[in-house]
Design a protein around this ligand. Structure first.
Ligand code: ADP
Ligand code: MG
Length: 716
């Protein structure tokens, strides 16, 4: 691989003496890209703090802080040929200067060149400026062209008084960077220019030349040069610019992908207990189930069985739409471990869901003589101590719980299988951490990860490429589609009437309160208010409330009572998003539906449509709804298929939105914008294979450049 020198191009305003000083500071041989920004001239503690807000800590972060647009100060435009909306440089002679007599007393300066004239409008000006801007003076101005009262005009331009000999010195487009309050463009530009000059000679290309040629990528330094200081023909619309941006995004995606693949390879060296068991327990279990497994469930179970018979840990993701029957697959996997003499841990993202699994597993397994244990953060005192010691002694063979299962005090004796339900609620980071959990024998447990969040294939690669994937692509027979309606909140009274009629027919309903804020307490407060309001409007109905802030036991009691039809209406926050299973509840109202992601709405809707009767989901929205908002809710009305919904949402909103922080596994990209760079994902996959086989030596460098500095996976 070649080193390419940064070519100083005259427009980096680096003060030579300051640079000399800095270079002395930096040891010539080491990688300085991780030096703090504070070593730069002009970057004091205040700027350091501001840069931090932008996620910029070290020099390399500055290199990858890209402009979001450019100003063209490289050439003058003819005044006669300007268009509204563009920001341009013009040059001419002042023809007249007028202070408007009415209103705000704007200053209007009429500027003329050979082609025509245009008014410059100044909203504020000093007496000095008024004196300066006299007819006959030659000006060069930069500003935005807008529609004025009578003609196009330039409002409040930057200007310089020039003499006729004056020539334009800018050769490059001027970058405009994303910034934060109090941090000036000039400060950012200077800092980035210094960094380019300092690091230019040291930045290696880690991408093999072959790949760069194949995809027409410029070398790294050239790409940075084009992005920070493009020549006029390298503007945002140019191929050169696109290639430069793609070069960086590609490498970043590649780093993430390689990291995952590396994790997968790494885990292949681990030993796992190979399950050896006969089928008797599974057959007894199946014999007492009130239904037949679907063929998709059977196929996935066979895949899991095959994996767990190996001496290497299984790392398998089971993806299946809401209601596809993942729980029973988990139960059968748990039985495999059990029958082979190992412990199983089943982790759910919420107390409510963990408790519900506990109930399901009790029902299924107690008749087989298997007693599930329970551990959550809520479990305290003696009960907790007892459970911990049962886990430690190996007496607790099957433990169901929340993430409390994997805290330090929890020591398993013979952990053979970890099952993670609704993994998208945990984030990649937690999942990867869990994997490191070893048993005293040094063996790693098998891992089964389950999710209902349908992720389009291309995006799955970023989140799950370290896992083998099984898909339950079939719903149990007899499921009816949930009839979905989109209704403005102004028709709330009609909706409340619907609930009354519904209860009259002995059916139950959910009312889901949502808020855009991820704040638990606000959400609970809103739910409480709604419950009060509904209690008043529906005095004859039995109404219950569950939200995240209630004690586990209380939530559990209410859910049980709701299931036993002690209540007609359950008012809830999105805590019921996952897992809750009450077949007689067949009407769901979701408030502020326009604020939720489609996948989340689909997931919520999956709580109904579980019984024999027709089910309904009413999506209430606050008018007015945008055009996209309408289209999005229509998608939900028209489809019941989680994958279709996710793909359409993706097309409509782009991956950034669809994969909202909660679903991306919290990946913070520096350069990549999935909506723009999605098309690179296939290439990245090919390139990763090529590098793994031909250039494994460059893998650590690539990962290090993009991922090592700070944790790319934000805390959950
Ligand atoms: P999810 O995949 O959303 O976790 P669950 O495991 O909660 O779905 O299953 C939803 C419902 O479907 C449960 O009541 C479960 O007992 C039932 N179920 C699962 N598999 C089948 C099947 N093969 N036939 C009929 N019902 C099934
Ligand atoms: Mg489930």
């Amino acid at each position: 691989m070649t080193q390419r020198r940064w070519r100083g191009n005259g427009c980096h305003h680096g003060n030579q003496r300051a640079l000399q000083h800095l270079k002395r500071h930096l040891k010539a041989s080491m990688d300085n890209s991780r030096q703090p920004v504070s070593i730069l001239k002009g970057i004091g503690p205040q700027s350091v703090a501001k840069l931090k807000k932008l996620g910029i800590h070290c020099l390399q972060d500055l290199l990858f802080h890209l402009p979001y647009r450019y100003l063209d100060k490289t050439r003058c435009h003819d005044i006669a040929h300007l268009t509204a909306g563009e920001s341009v440089l013009i040059s001419g002679i002042i023809e007249s200067t007028t202070v408007l007599p009415h209103g705000k007393h704007n200053l209007i300066v009429l500027l003329r060149d050979d082609s025509g004239s245009i008014p410059l409008r100044f909203f504020h000006y000093t007496a000095g400026q008024l004196k300066q801007l006299k007819p006959g003076v030659r000006l060069r101005c930069f500003g935005e062209i807008r529609h004025g009262y009578q003609s196009l005009e330039m409002s409040h331009p930057e200007y310089t008084i020039v003499d006729s000999q004056d020539t334009i010195t800018e050769q490059h487009l001027t970058p405009v960077y994303p910034t934060t309050e109090g941090l000036h463009q000039a400060t950012l530009r200077k800092a980035i220019d210094q960094t380019l000059t300092l690091l230019g000679g040291q930045l290696d290309d880690h991408l093999p030349d072959h790949l760069c040629q194949q995809y027409n990528f410029p070398p790294l330094l050239q790409a940075l040069e084009i992005l920070h200081h493009p020549l006029p023909y390298q503007n945002s619309d140019s191929d050169a610019h696109r290639a430069a941006l793609a070069r960086l995004a590609f490498e970043e995606l590649l780093a993430h992908h390689l990291k995952m693949l590396q994790g997968k390879q790494h885990s292949k060296q681990w030993q796992a207990p190979a399950f050896e068991h006969d089928d008797a327990l599974k057959q007894r279990f199946l014999g007492q189930l009130p239904f037949q497994l679907t063929s998709a469930q059977q196929r996935v179970i066979a895949e899991i069985e095959h994996d767990c018979r190996q001496h290497k840990p299984m790392l398998r993701l089971v993806q299946g739409d809401v209601g596809s029957g993942k729980t029973v697959v988990a139960a059968i996997a748990a039985l495999m471990a059990y029958a082979s003499g190992y412990q199983v841990a089943l982790m759910a993202p919420t107390e409510l869901l963990a408790e519900q699994h506990l109930n399901n597993f009790r029902q299924w397994l107690l008749p087989l003589g298997i007693e599930p244990f329970f551990l959550s953060g809520q479990l305290k005192g003696k009960q907790r101590t007892q459970t911990l010691s049962a886990i430690n002694s190996g007496e607790a063979r099957l433990v169901i719980g929340t993430h409390a299962l994997f805290q330090e005090q929890v020591d398993f004796d013979r952990l053979g299988l970890i099952i993670i339900d609704e993994q998208h609620r945990f984030g990649v980071h937690q999942r990867l951490a869990l994997r490191e959990k070893a048993t005293p024998t040094g063996m790693k447990p098998h891992q089964l990860v389950m999710t209902a969040t349908p992720i389009p294939r291309t995006l799955a690669m970023l989140q799950y490429s370290d896992l083998d994937i099984s898909i339950i692509d079939e719903l149990p027979p007899g499921r009816k589609p949930v009839i979905t309606c989109v209704i403005p909140a102004s028709r709330r009274d009609e909706v409340i009437d619907r609930i009354r009629q519904w209860a009259g027919k002995r059916h139950q309903s959910y009312w889901v309160c949502t808020l855009i804020e991820e704040s638990d307490s606000l959400q609970c407060e809103a739910a409480e208010k709604t419950a009060d309001y509904l209690a008043e409007a529906l005095p004859n109905l039995r109404i219950a409330l569950v939200h995240g802030r209630m004690k586990a036991a209380e939530k559990e009691r209410i859910m049980q009572d709701f299931k036993a039809h002690q209540y007609d209406l359950l008012v809830a926050t999105t805590v019921i998003e996952v897992g809750v299973d009450v077949p007689n509840a067949s009407l769901m109202i979701i408030e502020n539906a326009e604020r939720l992601g489609l996948s989340q709405l689909h997931q919520l809707r999956g709580r109904v449509g579980r019984g024999q009767q027709d089910s309904y989901c009413l999506l209430l929205y606050q008018a007015p709804l945008s055009e996209t908002g309408k289209q999005r809710l229509a998608i939900l009305r028209e489809s019941q298929d989680g994958f279709v919904i996710a793909e359409k949402d993706l097309a409509l909103r782009g991956p950034g939105e669809v994969m909202g922080t909660r679903q991306t596994g919290q990946i913070n990209f520096k350069i990549v914008e999935l909506s723009r760079d999605q098309h690179l994902l296939d290439k990245v996959q090919d390139a990763a294979q090529y590098i793994l086989s031909q250039h494994p030596e460059s893998i650590p460098d690539i990962i290090d450049r993009w991922l090592s500095h700070h944790n790319p996976y934000a805390e959950v």
